[in-house]
Design a protein around this ligand. Structure first.
Ligand code: C2E
Ligand code: CA
Ligand code: CA
Ligand code: CA
Length: 278
């Protein structure tokens, strides 16, 4: 059994080496990603539950890796963050999403707004508000056209971020707290930070019919957020029962595969025209 343990250790070591290798490989590839134009945004619709009207779209980053292997944002975004590349990529995302919104409107698709995901590192290392203000001006758009989704984990031990968020709020940007219910933050963040909207995490939404605890959590979190005056959007809505449940609970908006999957801009327009009113 001693032999076995040693063998296990070697295996473990090899697994770590493999992981480190893959990471540095990804890092190398990611350094060239903007120059090589391998990034793409997919768009997922968001709707008002009651009316079924489209309220906006979330832009989600996709990497068309040359090897054609799919690399999930869950894997490559942490690498962008640890290398600082997220600053330039994040600016690209914001600009691309706003240009898309403008183009859709010119084509007659009257999308109310576009949402982007913003990482903690971007708020700390980049003067993102100034960049956004400049880009909006250039494209003849306003801060209300843009929603900024920020995850809860961002706020740990950081005093820069509340200031940046307040500044963005004062400029008129729409701020959404992403993955609500899963982060490390205390509920006091809700009243201390200038959010307009709470995004209920999909882990609660997915299990509302099957897990009593998820149903209770979803109900309570929606009620709490509404009482405090926030708008609430649920993510990860995958079927009509979840949709109906959320509507009954007074949730304002929904996003998820039941409404539409994240797709490239051309398919987004088809999806919308086929199923939704604007
Ligand atoms: P997120 O912001 O929580 O985005 C929602 C994720 O859930 C997306 O995964 C989306 O494709 C997926 N999703 C949407 N509807 C459903 C559904 O009905 N069921 C299920 N099971 N999943 C659904 P994706 O696109 O893989 O993105 C993963 C995460 O990567 C995002 O989570 C976000 O945190 C991050 N991310 C994506 N794009 C960007 C970006 O441009 N910048 C930054 N900083 N982060 C990004
Ligand atoms: Ca998000
Ligand atoms: Ca989320
Ligand atoms: Ca997430």
């Amino acid at each position: 059994s001693k032999h076995k343990a040693q063998h296990g250790f070697q295996f473990y070591n090899a697994a770590i080496t493999e992981k480190v290798h893959r990471r540095s490989q990804l890092e190398n590839d990611l350094r060239k990603v903007l120059a090589k134009k391998q990034l793409q945004l997919f768009y997922q619709p968001q709707v008002y539950l009651e009316s079924g009207q489209v309220s906006g779209a979330e832009a989600l980053l996709r990497w068309n890796h040359p090897s054609k292997e799919f690399v999930s944002p869950e894997e490559f975004i942490p690498v962008l963050e640890s290398t600082g590349l997220i600053v330039s990529v994040g600016r690209w995302v914001a600009r691309q999403a706003l240009m898309q919104l403008k183009q859709w409107r010119e084509q007659g698709l009257n999308l109310p707004r576009i949402a982007i995901n913003v990482s903690a590192i971007q708020l700390q290392k980049d003067d993102l508000s100034s960049f956004l203000i400049e880009t909006l001006k250039e494209l003849d758009l306003t801060p209300a056209d843009l929603e900024i989704e920020i995850t809860e984990s961002v706020f740990i031990d950081n005093d820069v971020i509340p200031k940046v968020l307040q500044e963005m709020h004062d400029f008129g940007f729409y701020l959404a707290l992403d993955d609500f219910g899963t982060g490390y933050s205390s509920l006091s963040y809700l009243t201390r930070l200038p959010f307009n909207k709470i995004k209920l995490d999909r882990t609660f939404v997915n299990d509302v019919q099957t897990k009593a605890s998820s149903e209770a959590m979803a109900k309570s979190l929606i009620a709490l957020a509404k009482t405090l005056g926030f708008e609430v959007i649920a993510e990860g809505v995958e079927d009509s029962q979840q949709y109906a449940f959320l509507n009954d609970q007074g949730c304002d908006e929904a996003q998820g595969y039941f409404i539409g999957r994240p797709v490239a801009s051309e398919q987004f327009i088809e999806q919308i025209e086929q199923f939704y009113k604007l």
